[in-house]
Design a protein around this ligand. Structure first.
Ligand SMILES: Cc1cc2nc3c(=O)[nH]c(=O)nc-3n(C[C@H](O)[C@H](O)[C@H](O)COP(=O)(O)OP(=O)(O)OC[C@H]3O[C@@H](n4cnc5c(N)ncnc54)[C@H](O)[C@@H]3O)c2cc1C
Ligand code: SF4
Ligand code: SF4
Length: 640
């Protein structure tokens, strides 16, 4: 890409003079762009590779009030986007976050004062604080409270549950997210001055109208806590329950009657949470006697530990299943029988369920990839069971708003919000997380909470943010060093995150473990440093000094540069045209003379060989930082 003729010296400050290129630069750093709170994942994994763990933690924690939770159970959209995945496998970003959290996060034993230093201050404390009510203590509510408290507002979180944490507490099983860690994360938010009123259900104990009248602003973060059910014959029988009801009772320690033969309906991660939990816990939500014996005789007891027969039926084939591959693998290891391409047809039995009648699936998606399952008539079969758990999704329960609430509701029965501010149609009332967008993931809810906090602060004080400042570092031609030069760079495989051996798994014990220091550093060294860009210097006014020698294309080890005659360029999208240097005439693409350098960004490993080879110095390697992160990024780049 071109720098549009902006004169950039080493460490020049640049404050978004060209928003189009700014957007390009941000999107060209895929792990950050994919993270809803824009975590600088590439930066912190590279800092870990350098042994700078404290700095790595600062970078990981700054934008994320629930960094420790995310180190354990984040759905890690960054990994799906990671450019290293184009070469072999993405960086194990979540496991790397856990690695630094264990040293400096809430679970590390450091004091809350020390952790406070790592938290990003969204805005300085306001002169006049407001009273804000937050309904729901899930990730959206907690993140909003965290930021509002740092901005000096008086915040109270109301939650119907007797414990805080939302689905992180009521849904996610303990063997994935230790409860002491979640408690510490929430205690830190308490330490910031947030008041929690637990066991208080809005709509039952306090009306929404009264709550609103008593506060300057309200944030609705009530999630999706109602399990979806199916219109099946027999669905009302004893022994049929939804995933969220099952998990919430289990996680709250409420005794459950789930029997010995359980069938779980669903193919997503929640279905696996249910199936793996059902396998761990029997007819009650307490571990059985045998489970307590594990310490005495692990091998013998473990063979009985996971002994409830649990079958999971999914409409999808294994490849189509929405669940993470690790969940499917671990579920299978723990003895869950998985039957693909089977849907529920009827629930049989008298008072209590005795079997699930299933029907074979012909296809799950239509020609356009839309979910539209079709079944094979006459293919009914029965699976004997005493419990059926439906894990087919969750919906919001908006009854707490009462009648005549005046808030616009979407056709999907979520709360309608302004996409930028999260304001609802009622002044001073904001909404975010699952109740506004339907079931998503923790980090998306955290991002909403943070966004809502800024909007609420703006509503109460009139303050807004100054534009983000950026720093560009231009490397001298031979001053750029990259892990590629080490030689083994491309061949280092992704580190496998260690897991607890099956014979040592206790019902509540965490299954995934932490990378060792050696493994974490090796994993970090696989990062491509996507915040460094190859900049091809040209401008519509001065032209370019490129002599079209093709040296860059020749030297590139990934063959990602191509020198293409203009006459071969046949179509240009509007979006690409918009990225042209300011003032470049569109007719340039109709010319018969000349050539363009095309670069496949997905393949570039940032080795810098093209910049070294270029005889006219037209290509430079340039790092692009958000200003507050620049000092740490300098450290992350000191790779050799
Ligand atoms: C079983 C399960 C496992 C999951 N695992 C993961 C995972 O591993 N990784 C991941 O990224 N995401 C996961 N998710 C998704 C994630 O948990 C949610 O997207 C996220 O918690 C939504 O956050 P939220 O703040 O919007 O709402 P929630 O977390 O749902 O919190 C809403 C809170 O509001 C309270 N509330 C509701 N109504 C009222 C009322 N009227 N009065 C007072 N309080 C009320 C509820 O009690 C609840 O505590 C999982 C979801 C489930 C169901
Ligand atoms: S290679 Fe590194 S910088 Fe690039 S997307 Fe992956 S983690 Fe981020
Ligand atoms: S930095 Fe390396 S991989 Fe990227 S374009 Fe230049 S030579 Fe090719």
């Amino acid at each position: 890409m071109s720098n549009n003729g902006i004169k950039l010296g080493d460490s020049s400050w640049w404050t978004g003079r060209n928003p189009l290129n700014l957007r390009y630069l941000e999107s060209n750093f895929p792990c950050r762009a994919a993270c809803p709170v824009n975590t600088n994942a590439g930066g912190y994994v590279s800092l870990i590779a350098q042994g700078h763990y404290r700095e790595a933690y600062l970078l990981a924690r700054a934008p994320n009030p629930l960094a420790s939770v995310c180190g354990r159970v984040c759905a890690h959209p960054c990994e799906a986007a990671c450019r290293r995945g184009q070469i072999d496998q993405p960086i194990a970003i979540r496991a790397m976050k856990r690695f630094v959290n264990e040293r400096y996060g809430v679970e590390s034993g450091l004091s809350f004062e020390e952790i406070l230093q790592a938290a990003e201050r969204p805005r300085p404390p306001a002169a006049n604080s407001g009273r804000v009510a937050i309904i729901g203590s899930g990730p959206a509510g907690l993140a909003c409270a965290h930021d509002l408290a740092l901005m000096g507002h008086r915040v109270t979180i109301f939650d119907a549950a007797p414990v805080a944490g939302g689905m992180m507490r009521l849904g996610v099983p303990e063997y994935r997210l230790p409860r002491e860690l979640l408690d510490r994360e929430i205690d830190f938010i308490r330490f910031l001055g947030v008041e929690f009123r637990l066991g208080v259900e809005i709509g039952r104990d306090i009306t929404f109208a009264d709550l609103r009248a008593g506060h300057d602003a309200v944030f609705l973060a009530t999630g999706c806590r109602k399990g979806k059910t199916l219109k099946l014959p027999g669905v009302d029988k004893k022994g049929v329950l939804t995933a969220v009801d099952f998990l919430a009772n289990l996680n709250l320690g409420v005794p459950l009657d789930i029997g010995q033969e359980v069938v779980v309906v669903g193919g997503g991660n929640v279905a696996f949470d249910v199936a793996r939990s059902a396998r761990r816990f029997g007819g009650t939500s307490q571990p059985d006697e045998e489970h307590h014996n594990l310490a005495a005789d692990a091998a013998i007891a473990a063979s009985r530990l996971l002994r409830r027969r649990v079958t999971l039926i999914s409409l999808e084939s294994r490849d189509e299943m929405p669940a993470d591959p690790e969940e499917i693998e671990e579920g299978s290891h723990e003895g869950i029988r998985i039957i693909h391409r089977r849907g529920p047809h009827a629930i049989l039995g008298n008072d209590r369920v005795t079997a699930l009648e299933t029907i074979d699936v012909a296809r799950v998606f239509d020609e356009n990839g839309k979910f539209a399952p079709q079944f094979i008539p006459g293919s009914q079969k029965q699976i004997e069971c005493d419990t059926v758990i439906l894990a087919i999704g969750q919906v919001a329960d908006l009854s707490f708003l009462g009648a005549d609430h005046g808030i616009e509701i979407t056709p999907q029965q979520t709360i309608a919000v302004d996409a930028a501010t999260l304001a609802t149609s009622l002044p001073g009332v904001y909404a975010g997380g699952d109740v506004a967008f339907g079931p998503r993931i923790i980090i998306a809810a955290v991002a909403d909470g943070r966004r809502a906090a800024k909007s609420i602060d703006a509503f109460l004080t009139g303050r807004t943010d100054p534009p983000e400042e950026y720093l560009i570092r231009v490397f001298p031609t031979f001053g750029y060093s990259h892990p590629f030069a080490r030689g083994d760079y491309e061949t280092i495989p992704r580190r496998r995150v260690p897991i607890l051996p099956i014979e040592r798994r206790q019902p509540r014990e965490e299954v995934e473990l932490c990378l060792s220091e050696q493994e974490a550093r090796a994993e970090g060294s696989r990062c491509l440093h996507c915040w460094v860009n190859t900049i091809f210097d040209s401008s519509s006014i001065q032209g370019s000094e490129c002599i079209q020698c093709g040296g860059c294309a020749d030297v590139c080890p990934e063959a990602c540069i191509d020198l293409v005659a203009l006459s071969r360029i046949v179509a240009v999208s509007d979006e690409a045209m918009a990225l042209l240097p300011n003032g470049a005439p569109a007719e340039v693409f109709q010319s018969d003379n000349g050539a363009v350098l095309l670069k496949d960004e997905t393949a570039c490993i940032r080795c810098g060989l093209c910049a070294r080879r270029c005889p006219t110095g037209v290509i430079t390697m340039q790092a692009f930082y958000r200003k507050p992160e620049a000092p740490m990024m300098y450290l992350a780049e000191a790779t050799l």
